[in-house]
Design a protein around this ligand. Sequence first.
Ligand code: ATP
Ligand code: MG
Length: 142
Amino acid sequence: MAIEKTFSIIKPNSTLDNNIGNVIAMFEKNGLRIAAAKFTHLSKEKAEGFYIEHKERPFFGELVDFMTSGPVMLMSLEGENAVMKNREIMGATNPAEAADGTVRKLYAKSIGENSVHGSDSAASAERELAYFFEKSDLVDRF
Ligand code: ATP
Ligand code: MG
């Protein structure tokens, strides 16, 4: 299987609950390596731009408010089949539907405050990594 990169955000509910280390441990235990990281606080403009595809959805305002309500951990994760592997580790968007042992089952509060973001395809990963990181920040770990 191919080594690929994906983009991950540890969202404000998990940074505020002190679960950054717990979430990263789950990635590392499953063979993903951190290949870039930035601990930051998103501006309203940056959060709106990131979620622009959801602009017309009824939850857009709530989503942007939440994503700017506390610090976030932005990461490039690298590993075999990283995009799909990360989605498996995260679990379903709605924590009520997330499988046992997933990040969202363990740490999410609601469909909105759901602990993590992960790219949904290799193309999204490339676009999302470029939105937050300089090319020179994106090292290879394999
Ligand atoms: P993400 O893109 O954050 O990894 P996802 O791909 O599982 O999650 P999307 O459908 O892309 O989910 O929705 C993006 C984010 O918008 C979700 O993670 C969640 O935080 C929020 N969201 C989605 N649906 C709802 C909803 N019905 N109510 C509130 N927030 C929602
Ligand atoms: Mg998504």
